[in-house]
Design a protein. Structure first.
Length: 327
């Protein structure tokens, strides 16, 4: 068994994939024990050829593999294939246009192995984008969803123990076109008390490429209102059905609402939508709020997030949207 399977979904990444692969193969202290599993989502450029040429350098080790599939427009199917086919002790999801820092694999794997961690989160560095900061203030050997700030990082760009993520029986939904990793990350967070955070050095360079045309199959401009809310409903369903106590469930609702009112919903109501779309968005938000303990968690929130929740309790569309304009 390899120590780590790096799972990379990719589509038309001919400009970026070599930098990503170089950052992986340069981890010489551990690379011989790493499996790189690349799933190409029907690229129409030279991505597959570039990878095939690159992997010839490592044919003897046989640890770079490429799988191909018809275009789905989402990394979900590719990541599901990684979960199903990984041979590593841990799975590390990496995006093809990002890259790893020096020694990041061994630093994260060692921390996880020594502490029998189910999830290991390595410190992010943003390139042309903001990344979570406070969650990486210090290395934490053993923490959990309730005693940390991991809700600030709901992506799956981290390490998961393979047997653990398979035991959750959770999969990425290909019909969710935005933040499809939130439900998976939430399930992984809620069902373990063995989360490790490596903050001593950068591990993962999270990149936003400016004017990159090959991303249009994933972003497609401003996402329709109904499409936006899909990942929120699914993530709340994960909380609702999680194998945790009722007290923990209420706290999980509070933590996730705290995050949404701080970030996701603020961004949603700043999108370039017309008034009809904004009204529709608010109506769906009210439904979400009423379905998943909004009124119950409102007194547990603080500051402007409690104020926003109170406006939702009062169904005050005008004040809610006006307030978000200044956030």
């Amino acid at each position: 068994m390899r120590k780590v399977t790096i799972g990379i979904p990719c589509y038309n990444e001919s400009e970026n994939i070599l930098k990503c692969l170089d950052s992986i193969t340069s981890q010489t202290d551990i690379f011989q024990d790493v499996e790189v599993l690349i799933v190409d989502d029907g690229s129409t450029d030279d991505t597959v050829k570039i990878i095939e040429d690159y992997k010839k350098q490592y044919r003897e080790n046989g640890n770079i593999k490429i799988l191909t599939q018809e275009n789905t427009g989402s990394p979900s199917t590719a990541r599901n294939r990684v979960i199903d086919e990984a041979e590593g002790e841990y799975i590390f999801f990496v995006d093809a246009d990002d890259y790893l820092a020096e020694n990041s694999l061994s630093n994260m794997y060692t921390l996880g192995k020594e502490n029998d961690s189910d999830v290991i989160i390595g410190k992010y560095e943003g390139v042309n984008r903001r990344v979570p900061v406070y969650v990486f203030k210090s290395t934490q050997i053993n923490t959990n969803f309730f005693d940390s700030l991991v809700k600030d990082t709901m992506s799956v760009l981290k390490m998961f123990k393979t047997e653990y993520i398979r035991s959750l029986n959770v999969r990425f939904r290909k019909d969710i076109s935005m933040a499809e990793d939130h439900p998976v990350a939430m399930s992984a967070y809620l069902h373990t008390k063995k989360i490790s955070i490596y903050a001593d050095a950068p591990c993962y360079y999270w990149v936003r490429h400016i004017d990159s045309e090959n991303k249009t199959h994933l972003t497609g401009g401003v996402i329709p209102v109904d499409e936006f809310y899909k990942y929120l409903f699914e993530t709340f369903e994960v909380i609702k059905n999680a194998r945790i106590t009722e007290k923990e469930r209420t706290e999980a609702y509070r933590i996730y609402w705290d995050r949404l009112l701080m970030l996701d919903l603020v961004n949603e109501f700043k999108r370039n939508r017309n008034e009809m779309e904004r009204n529709h968005s608010f109506a769906i938000l009210l439904r979400l709020f009423n379905m998943y303990e909004g009124a119950i968690i409102t007194p547990l929130l603080t500051g402007y997030k409690r104020y926003m929740a109170l406006l939702l309790c009062n169904k005050d569309y005008l004040l809610f949207t006006e307030y978000l304009k200044i956030k």
